[in-house]
Write a protein that binds this ligand. Structure first.
Ligand SMILES: [Zn+2]
Ligand SMILES: [Zn+2]
Length: 445
């Protein structure tokens, strides 16, 4: 990155669909012109690291990292990031600080009641002004594919297994590095599980090691979440009750694993454990489990030069198969956040054709009026699909997604006979400056 002054204004992602809110330097109470950068503070520790490539700073400056879970481990991990001066950090957490957090977290009483992502994000932005910091006060699962597809890596430090499943699935689909930090208070063990995309081998994921007890906990949790609380409960086993020193140990291990991967030193899939009481550390391979609940194969990613709403199904299918013209059979099409309603439900004896995209709750709400019976028309649950068979689009192949009921589509998933393609549309305003994203995927290792 250049040594020029970073503008004090934000660069909001700016399109209506984005889930992220960018923190500006001014809002974070940044020290203003002349604030110290890591490279201004004497010899750069990165250049002294044995084995680190000469372009270490540039590699880290290009990285886009999503951090999910800002409890005692996640927040301590983010507090180590200013030294890395990453290009972009995205923080997502649904919680706010409670009085009980005062002893275990580096906060003062004025943080109580405020969202964790905002408090931790402002602290990061104030100490690392060159980093673009985005926050989202919500569950990780609320993020869309278009919100996550710019990230190269996910760092996870959550308190529930459903989050681990969701983040692992996204990381595999989007071909991202993922690591999960955890502690076990009673045995003083800090653990990091990490897996990286790699050419020539199938990767694993943090769920590959799960046994039946974890599957049982997940099932319990899912049932509780459906009771109307609107979000999964914390791990039924309860908080691990770890000392802040152990959380800091896990956070530090996560920082080093990010460094090892980010600098291209290591793309292995491993579990790293340290027992603070016995001073024993163990590194073991995180072996891919063929029966894992997560699909490990990455999706092919295609970016459209136009917003998706302007494209027709046939244009989407052509984009998705541009690199493999021999395989044109489209198994199915999914527009994230929408369903395809082939037929409607009303007072008519035969369900009338609808053939359009509707919101995910359209079986409950009216999507129009029936031309035959003049009654309210809902999507017919039997004829409505999130992932719609390709053949259903035969009669409307050349109409735009906007005409078909999905004007604001941001991500389309086209499944072929062997591969899955994610098509993301262009978004109206500029996102991260091109220079930081150039060469993505080639230069990061
Ligand atoms: Zn797995
Ligand atoms: Zn009718």
């Amino acid at each position: 990155m250049s040594g020029e002054e970073v503008p004090m204004v934000g660069h909001p992602e700016g399109h209506a669909g984005s889930a992220w809110c960018e923190l500006t330097s001014a809002a974070a109470g940044e020290a203003g012109p002349g604030a110290l950068r890591p490279r201004d503070q004497g010899p750069d520790p990165l250049t002294r690291l044995i084995g680190a490539p000469p372009d270490s700073r540039e590699r880290l400056g290009r990285l886009d990292l999503t951090v999910s879970g800002l409890g005692s481990i996640g927040a301590a991990f983010v507090d180590l990031l200013p030294a890395f001066a990453l290009g972009t950090v995205r923080l997502v957490d649904p919680d706010a600080y409670a009085p009980s957090n005062l002893r275990s977290q580096p906060i003062t009483p004025d943080a109580i009641g405020r969202p964790k992502c905002e408090v931790v994000g402002r602290r990061l932005k104030a100490r690392s002004p060159e980093t673009r910091v985005f926050i989202r006060h919500d569950r990780f699962e609320s993020l869309g594919l278009a919100d996550l597809q710019s990230s190269h890596a996910i760092a996870l430090a959550g308190d529930n297994l459903a989050l681990t499943v969701a983040a692992s699935q996204r990381a595999c689909q989007l071909d991202q590095f993922i690591m999960e930090g955890a502690t076990h208070g009673a045995t003083s063990v800090a653990q990091v599980r990490r897996t990286a995309p790699a050419k020539g081998r199938e990767r694993s994921c943090p769920c590959c090691t799960w046994d039946q007890s974890e599957e049982r906990e997940l099932a319990k949790q899912t049932r509780f979440a459906c009771d109307g609380s609107g979000r999964p409960l914390a791990n039924p086993a309860g908080p691990t009750g770890a000392l802040a020193a152990l959380s800091a140990q896990a956070a530090s291990m996560m920082a080093f694993e990010l460094l090892r991967w980010g600098l291209g030193l290591d793309d292995s899939d491993v579990t790293v454990e340290y027992c603070a009481l016995s001073r024993v550390s163990v590194v073991s391979p995180l072996v891919r489990n063929p029966a894992c609940r997560v699909e490990h194969l990455p999706w092919h990613r295609v970016r459209s030069a136009r917003p998706l709403g302007e494209l027709s199904p046939s244009q989407l299918f052509a984009l998705a198969h541009a690199r493999s013209p021999g395989r044109r059979a489209v198994r199915s099409l999914e527009i994230e956040g929408s369903c395809w309603a082939e037929r409607g439900s009303c007072d008519c004896r035969v369900p009338p054709p609808l053939a359009r995209f509707v919101g995910r709750s359209a079986e409950a709400v009216s999507v129009g009026t029936c031309g035959m019976c003049a009654g309210p028309l809902r999507a017919h649950s039997f004829h409505t699909h999130a992932d719609a068979p390709g053949a259903l689009f035969a009669s409307c192949l050349d109409r735009s997604l906007a005409e078909l009921g999905a004007p604001g589509a941001r991500a389309a998933i086209v499944r072929g006979s062997r591969s899955t393609f994610l098509v993301v549309g262009s978004e109206p305003s500029a996102r991260t400056p091109v220079s930081r994203r150039a060469g993505r995927g080639k230069e990061r290792r």
